[in-house]
Each structure stands twice: as C-alpha cells, then as structure tokens.
Design a protein around this ligand. Structure first.
Ligand code: ADP
Length: 249
C-alpha cells in the first residue's frame, strides 16, 4: 500500500478561530486504496481538519492537494466532483425526505448545480442508489422518511449518500457514534468491502479505538491542533505521548 499514489495531501495546514489555532501546522497524506485513522481527544482539531481538507473552511496557511492538483482554494463541490466525499459528525440527512430521495439528491450534488436537484433523476442514478441501499442492507427502508430511521440506520444512509458520486476517497466523521454494536460491525464490514473490492480509500475520525485498530494501517493522532503521533495502530497505542494525551492528568 505504501507504494500507491497519493490521493490527498495536506501540508502544514493552519486554521485559526479568533486567537485559537484549531489546526496548527498539520501534515497528512492518504494514498490510493488506504484506510487511515484520525484520532485525538475532544477539541483536538479533527473535525476542523476535515472541514479544511474538504474545503468547507478556508485555511489560514498551508497547501492541500488532491490527486496531485492544488485544491487549496477550490470550492467544496469542485473537490467532490474530483472524487472526494465526506460525512458529518452531526448526521445530515433530510428527515422529511425518503431514504431513496436522500440518495438521489446526493448524486446530483457532486456533478451539477443546485438547479439540477430539481430535475427528475436519471434512471442510471436511481439504479446506483438502489444498488447501494441493497449493499448497505437498507433496501427495506427505501420509501421510509429518513427521520424515522434509527441513529445507526441514518449513519448507514449518510455513508450511502457519500458513496453515491462514486468517490475515490471518503472522509467519515464518527461513523460509529450513536450506533449499536451490531451495526458497528456492519459498518466495519462495508468499509472493508468497499476498500477491498473497489479500492476506495477512507480517512476515519473515530473515538472507537477498536474500530480504528481493526481497519486502519496508519493512524494520525492530533492534540491541541498539532500532530502528536503517526504510525500503525499498534505503535500509536503504545506511544507514551498518546497515552498521556488521552489519559494524562
Ligand atoms: P475535534 O473534532 O477534535 O473534537 P474540533 O475541530 O471540533 O475538534 O475543534 C477544535 C477546536 O476548535 C476546539 O477548541 C473547538 O472549540 C474550536 N472550534 C471548532 N469549530 C469552531 C468554530 N466554528 N468557531 C470557533 N471555534 C471552533
């Protein structure tokens, strides 16, 4: 894996909120076909880094590259179109819309303008939505309003929505939070399968260390907006600075 091409590269990323450096000089790389973890205590800058990488937030300094192209100043829809997709810590599905409708809208987000969301969806788009819902074992809920789904099912739907544009890299923000243990195992299997059979790369923000240890080859650890450590899950869990950051006084 370490020989594969780079998909995403963040160089010395800095993001301030007022006087607070929420992300402070972080270097991060995700290569094609990798599953990489991003962990750190609450408030360490993980979500802010995701927002910078997916271009939802402008950065104060540093550079971001996707597939070798400088996307430092690109718009979120442009990087989505290039194959970078993401989910959010707070689930973002349209509660009044059905599961299928949520999926169809996500497809159109990637490629086109907002206006295209008003057009009827292409049969090919609907076929892809149905296939993905089948893969995620959500087919029986296809006409259910998203607001009626359990927390875990909504997470799965959100992952499905992120997969609609057929991205090369998916940034998953806390895919397991609020999800029961059985569904956590399912989400893990889905990520593994998408990685193995379709070569999709993932960058995972997670509190669930076992989830990270089971899936990731490499893990980045943030603390106070800075990179505290980087290595295999095993190395990270034995790293004294990491243990101190999580459990220290
Ligand atoms: P994590 O995802 O690791 O929990 P965040 O990226 O959410 O951390 O937050 C990093 C720091 O930036 C925290 O101190 C948080 O309070 C602050 N922060 C995050 N978003 C904002 C914002 N929109 N405005 C001001 N401060 C923010």
């Amino acid at each position: 894996m370490s020989q594969s091409a780079e998909l995403l590269r963040g160089e010395k990323i800095v993001k301030y909120f007022g006087g607070l450096a929420a992300v402070n000089g972080v270097d991060i790389v995700v290569r094609s076909g990798e599953i990489v973890g991003l962990i750190g205590p609450n408030g360490s800058g993980k979500t802010t880094l995701f927002n910078c990488l997916s271009r939802l937030l402008p950065i104060d300094s540093g550079r971001i590259f996707f597939k070798g192209r400088d996307i430092t100043r690109a718009r979120p829809y442009q990087v989505a179109r290039m194959g970078l997709s993401r989910t959010f810590q707070v689930i973002r599905v349209y509660r009044k819309m059905t599961v299928l409708e949520n999926m169809l809208i996500s497809r159109q987000w990637r490629g086109e303008t907002l206006l295209s969301m008003l057009k009827p969806s292409h049969p090919e788009t609907e076929r892809r939505a149905r296939e993905l819902l089948d893969f995620l074992k959500l087919s029986h809920l296809i006409n259910e309003q998203a607001g009626n789904l359990s927390g875990g099912q909504r997470r799965l739907l959100e992952i499905g929505m992120a997969l609609m544009p057929d991205p090369d890299l998916v940034l998953l923000d806390e895919a397991t939070s609020g999800v029961n243990p059985t569904l956590i195992e399912e989400i893990k299997d889905h990520i593994r399968e998408l990685n193995r059979t379709q070569g999709k790369a993932f960058l995972l923000i997670e509190h669930n260390i076992n989830f990270i240890a089971d899936l990731c080859e490499r893990v980045y650890v943030l603390n106070y907006g800075q990179l505290l450590a980087h290595g295999t899950p095993h190395d990270i869990m034995e790293n004294e600075a990491v243990i101190e950051a999580y459990f220290g006084a």
